[in-house]
Design a protein. Sequence first.
Length: 429
Amino acid sequence: MNTLHVDVVVIGGGPGGSTAGTLLAKEGLKVIVLEREQFPRFKIGESMLPMVRELYERLGVSGTIESTFIQKHGAHFVTADGKREYMYEFKNAMDCPYGYAYHVKRDEHDQILLNNTRKAGADVRERWQVDDVLFEGERAVGVVAHALDGDPTPITIKAKLVVDASGRASLLSKKLNLRKADKILNKAAAFTHFKNVKRFDGKHEGSITIGCFPGGWIWVIPFKGDVTSVGAVMHHSYWRDKKEKPEEMFKAAMADCAPVKARLEGAEQLMPVMTEGTFSYKSDRFSGPGWVLCGDAACFLDPVFSSGVLLSMRCAEEIVKLAVPALKKDKPELLTDQKAFRPYEQRMRRGMGTFWTFIYGFYDEAFIDIFFRPTNRFRMMNAISGVLAGNIFPSLKFKARIWAMQFVVYMNRRIAKSRGIAMIDRASA
Ligand SMILES: Cc1cc2nc3c(=O)[nH]c(=O)nc-3n(C[C@H](O)[C@H](O)[C@H](O)COP(=O)(O)OP(=O)(O)OC[C@H]3O[C@@H](n4cnc5c(N)ncnc54)[C@H](O)[C@@H]3O)c2cc1C
């Protein structure tokens, strides 16, 4: 079997893998990125958060992203009957220097990032599948991969570090039996693209709408031009009963949310409804000797706050911060330590934790009650906007506002309980 030797092998060329590949290659390291698809490829996950712009700047793709995609200035939340709604505007976000984000078609977006990785000097191979990660004892030492076109003979790629950015395929997490389903959330989704969905006027043309319905929630994501992505995220019980008929399931969800239904009147569906099955999971560990999990390969909970791409790219950035000094000093033993990437894992779990609190909260009426009518006492609205903008490493001042919000939610729940009002948990609706 042929053998290649590199500093780092990255599995997957999505936003996590391409960010890791670019930043490592820019440091002069020998990196190979293996991606089993041919880009551009369709991918769901089209709404970005303002803080991702910091990463675009670091990667050197800000100008291309700005000229290719529509600006997203806010996140509009509305109830199924349309009686309660709120537009969070990113210009109000605490500790966030970016007033807007983007809505992107992922085929174009991910291709921009992966081309940039190639430009930075990484060896990027599309239509190459990683079949296995190689271990010597507990230490990962490389991968076995093969080309999906041409000669299919597998090759061995020896590396000082294996970055698993394989997304929901979670190659390594599954191999090591680390991936655990999140039974509380337990979500699935059905989605498609439309032409001529009604939009907001002016600067909010590109803002996202999140509409609630009894089985879950719906996204409306306008792209540049006249195409809009619409999808429903639903609890598994709702999904289970209807999954054999995605078109019907999708239509039923739309019919259950009056404001979204109104926006879809007269719109033309451009492709069949697609589905993503149960997708809420976390890995017990994010790293070990010679290996580290990046982005969705480590965990994914729920897309309600559009955090997936930002978190994957942040994971990559944090991995690179630790990996570069170790690799550059050519002290691979630093990377063979069980605890070498523990600081990465701790920091990312803290960062993701902010979103996790909000995600679980979104399925709790006590939280929703505050979320739909935030006061700006204690600058709570600014802090919520800050979380929605993707500020995952907030200052203490910022965190204090979020704690204040959590306290108000807690009190809300207690008051409701004392009055005998049920706080419906839509997670299991
Ligand atoms: C229904 C739904 C809606 C979402 N909406 C949003 C949203 O609005 N905003 C947002 O930010 N996020 C959203 N997400 C999440 C977002 O799509 C992901 O978090 C993001 O794509 C993760 O990036 P990644 O690089 O970790 O993984 P991916 O983007 O999944 O990339 C992984 C890559 O690895 C490749 N790969 C897998 N296995 C192998 C292998 N064995 N060998 C070689 N290559 C391999 C795959 O082909 C893929 O290209 C959504 C997710 C879902 C399910």
